[in-house]
Design a protein around this ligand. Structure first.
Ligand code: KG4
Ligand code: ZN
Length: 355
């Protein structure tokens, strides 16, 4: 089965062709094209929806063209189109959806609408490094979402908890903005944090994560008896610390380290708690924040130490941030011919809920 995936929910115009083997339920990635707008939005310190929408219009057809050319696939062999329905920026989503509407009509192909979060979840199903055994617990952490989920089989997803305010990626982005470090905040803050860690290792000769910093930040809701998250209190705590410290500009790596560590502690704690409670046999990470090397490293270590014999999966770096392979993958695993949508009825939903 050949699937063309298309993703335009935020600031990446992406298209991918995958080959799905229904019997072995395996995915072969034939092409993966992403036109990122980061360089354009950088100077504004965040995504400007109007600009993102205009860029998608310029990029989407060349991106699709490249994806099909790289896959070396004749259009007549394509079995399915998969497109992000939501959640996301409405003006960005529309470009992907309207393009797919035109292609579905012109090529006479069925279309499956995909939830963007479902896409992130299924990024773990693209060439997994170990088998996915059920029940599984998945943490999806991106710029717009922080959700803990469980899966009892390959298709059924259940929400265990989610953020009550900011998403983890948003917490990174806002902190970077506060310190004038640039956009997107995640990779920038993590680079500064690594710098602090290196200096600390040199100074102390210890190989562990730094244990000394007098920048104490809270870990909101870490001990709450549910699986929800909250990051806005952490962000405010950082703001007050910076306001009180006249020389904060000289301690940026340390602030980034302390802030990142608070986020990582919360994410690891809640994920492991859920995995233990639901007797998970697999833990999976996904979303842009799961590109974070420190989170990947610390979570790997904590899982190994605390839960014996559990499988732990993290997608390849390129499938953590927004891409179209994950949209095509989600369509492959959830493919149901009764759920395809006629081109006339395709519709975006900016606040689409996960079902
Ligand atoms: O999944 P994604 O590409 O888009 C959304 O669906 O939101 O995630 C983007 C988010 C941004 O907030 C960005 O700061 C964060 O992922 N991010 C990171 C890293 N790379 C991207 N956060 C922490 N560490 C990273 N290395
Ligand atoms: Zn995303």
């Amino acid at each position: 089965m050949y699937i063309l995936g298309i993703e335009t929910s935020c600031d990446e115009s992406a298209a991918s062709v995958i080959k799905f083997y229904p019997r072995s339920r395996r995915i072969e990635v034939l092409s993966d094209v992403v036109a990122s707008q980061i360089e354009i939005h950088k100077k504004y310190g965040g995504v400007v929806p109007e600009i993102a929408a205009r860029e998608h219009v310029l990029n989407i057809l060349p991106v699709i063209n490249e994806a099909i050319t790289k896959a070396n696939l004749e259009i007549k062999k394509l079995n399915l189109l998969a497109v992000t329905k939501g959640p996301g920026l409405i003006t960005s989503l529309i470009t992907g959806m309207e393009t797919v509407r035109a292609l579905a009509y012109a090529w006479n192909k069925p279309v499956l609408e995909v939830n963007h979060i479902t896409g992130h979840i299924y990024s773990n199903f693209i060439n997994p490094t170990s088998p996915i055994k059920y029940p599984a617990v998945i943490l999806t952490v991106s710029g717009g979402h922080t959700i803990l989920l469980s899966m009892n089989n390959q298709e059924k997803i259940k929400i265990l908890g989610e953020t009550r305010d900011d998403a983890a990626g948003e917490a990174y982005d806002k902190a970077a903005k506060m310190m004038n470090l640039g956009y997107p905040g995640g990779p920038i803050i993590s680079r500064y944090a690594a710098k602090y860690e290196q200096t600390w290792h040199k100074k102390t000769g210890k190989a562990s994560i730094p244990t000394e910093t007098d920048i104490e930040l809270p870990r909101p809701m870490i001990n709450s008896h549910d699986f929800d998250f909250s990051f806005s209190g952490l962000k405010t705590a950082l703001l007050y610390k910076l306001k009180q410290d006249k020389s904060w500009k000289k301690r940026i790596p340390e602030y980034c380290f302390a802030y990142q560590q608070a986020i990582i502690d919360i994410l690891i704690n809640k994920t492991l708690k859920a995995a233990k409670k639901f007797h998970a046999r697999t833990i999976m990470l996904s979303g842009g924040v799961s590109a974070n090397n420190e989170l990947r490293k610390q979570m790997t270590k904590a899982v190994k130490k605390e839960i014996k014999g559990i499988n732990f999966l993290i997608p390849d770096h390129k499938y953590t941030t927004d891409n179209a392979v994950m949209i095509a993958a989600a369509a492959a695993f959830k493919f149901d011919p009764h759920k395809t949508v006629n081109f006339k009825k395709l519709k975006v939903d900016a606040s689409l809920q996960l079902k």
